[in-house]
Design a protein around this ligand. Structure first.
Ligand code: ZN
Length: 106
């Protein structure tokens, strides 16, 4: 009996993810053509915020923009993004630290 791989799926409506504009306010001056989208990862990648591996087939938030004319393209895992949607609190911070430590990000 094999284990069934269940890919990570978004819990909320896609607008809730794309309305976030994850980069911090102090980056506003540098952001041109910011665009975010809920995507299904085509290949394995890492979360920009916690370093967790986003597997191919998992949903993730992709963010694209130009900073000082240079393209900037990242993926964020749903664990990070959904904690931001819910409201980042101490528990979210603890979960983030756990993920970041497991991935060797911090
Ligand atoms: Zn993450």
């Amino acid at each position: 009996m094999g284990t069934v791989q269940i890919n990570r799926q978004a819990k909320y409506k896609s607008e809730e993810y794309t309305d976030l504009e994850m980069p911090s306010d102090d980056m506003d001056d540098y952001l041109e053509n910011y665009h975010s989208k809920l995507v299904k990862a085509r290949k394995e990648t890492k979360c920009h915020y916690c370093g967790t591996t986003i597997k191919a087939g998992d949903q993730a938030l992709s963010e694209k923009c130009f900073i000082d004319g240079k393209p900037y393209y990242i993926h964020d895992c749903l664990d990070c993004v959904e904690d931001v949607i819910k409201g980042w609190d101490d528990e979210a911070q603890t979960r983030w630290e756990q993920r970041a430590k497991e991935s060797g990000y911090i």
